[in-house]
Unconditional design. Structure first.
Length: 341
């Protein structure tokens, strides 16, 4: 009897050991990811980003170059490839480039180290490492991490699910969620190539004088669209408690239309909007205060009391001494052509 019991216990223990060998722990997978993602000398990737916070989903194409230690080039374009922006970090600083407007802004910023970006795989690895309470599971041929976000949108979009292919250990998609765990942004990685290194020269900002005829066809077409842009008043859809719009003024400033929206209550802010002006000189960088901020549909500049950005031929400036940076970003991200709320 004792012999049978011993054999049974031995068999059960072997089953447990074998089953444990087949499962990967969160720590095991994280270590592999860190070795593969963070230790890579560089990478290239392409992805599709769908933003579902508006009335209809907006789709953008994203291209990323990264070379160690801290060179980055991120290009974001809409489906038509007409509205394009780039954020570049090189040895000279951080730059935001809008080709259609022939504008380049330079920042004294530590981007992206202080604000994680879901399309940067190093940022995803850091998010997983930092969140000690992150959840981990296996779904078919994917590893899935659910972590807290660590970016400028973290109050509005506090969670993310990161899907990783078991075989390649590369990310396949990232789902960014609101407080109710509803998907608001989806990033699908089309191609990720680790070990791809670009030279410092390839991260330089082109400074081609306007009118030289050296702009590519896409830039020329986008520029023409900007020239023909129609003024459409935008209003914020974000709801901030005890805050409402108290005034809307339409001004004529040297022949240019300008709309000023004023909001008051427990917090106060002002939004100024007008048609964007295309630079007629060159793409020589202009210094911009604050830090670049990814609004999803555009890259803006945020300070402690202001946020500015350009989109669809329109220029926006939000000023407030009472909104937090996160609240300013929430308001800016919700701006749309609609009736005021």
């Amino acid at each position: 009897m004792k012999s049978r019991l011993a054999k049974l216990l031995f068999a059960l223990s072997m089953i447990l050991i074998l089953s444990a060998c087949g499962a990967q722990s969160k720590e095991d997978v994280l270590k592999k990811l860190s070795n593969k993602w963070i230790d890579a000398k560089g990478y290239e990737l392409t992805a599709e980003m769908s933003i579902q916070t508006g009335q209809e989903p907006r789709v953008y194409q994203v291209e990323v170059w990264h070379s160690k230690p801290d060179f980055y080039r991120v290009k974001v374009a809409d489906a038509s490839d007409e509205n394009t922006q780039m954020i570049v970090r090189n040895k000279e600083g951080v730059f935001v480039v809008t080709p259609a407007l022939n504008k380049t802004y330079k920042f004294q910023s530590k981007w992206p180290s202080e604000n994680s970006q879901a399309y940067l795989i190093g940022s995803l690895a850091e998010d997983i490492k930092k969140d000690k309470s992150s959840k981990f599971k296996e779904e078919g041929n994917k590893y899935v991490f659910e972590t807290k976000t660590n970016n400028n949108h973290k109050n509005m979009l506090p969670y993310q699910k990161i899907f990783i292919d078991k075989k390649t250990l590369l990310p396949t998609e990232v789902s960014i969620l609101n407080e109710n765990k509803e998907e608001q942004i989806l990033i699908k990685f089309k191609k990720v190539t680790l070990g791809k290194v670009h030279t410092a020269e390839e991260f330089k900002i082109e400074q081609t004088p306007a009118g030289t005829g050296q702009a590519d066809k896409g830039t020329v077409e986008a520029s023409a669209d900007m020239d023909n842009a129609e003024f459409k008043t935008h209003y914020p859809m974000a709801q901030i408690d005890q805050v409402h719009m108290i005034d809307e003024k339409v001004l004529d400033v040297e022949g240019d239309k300008r709309v000023v929206l004023t909001f008051s209550g427990e917090k106060e802010f002002t939004i100024i909007q007008q048609l964007s002006e295309k630079s007629t000189s060159s793409t020589i960088p202009v210094f911009a205060p604050g830090d670049p901020v990814d609004l999803g549909f555009a890259i803006g500049a945020v300070t402690e009391q202001s946020l500015s950005w350009e989109k669809d031929g329109m220029s926006f400036f939000l000023a407030s001494s009472s909104l937090t940076k996160e609240e300013m970003i929430e308001v800016a991200s919700s701006m749309t052509v609609a009736e005021p709320k």
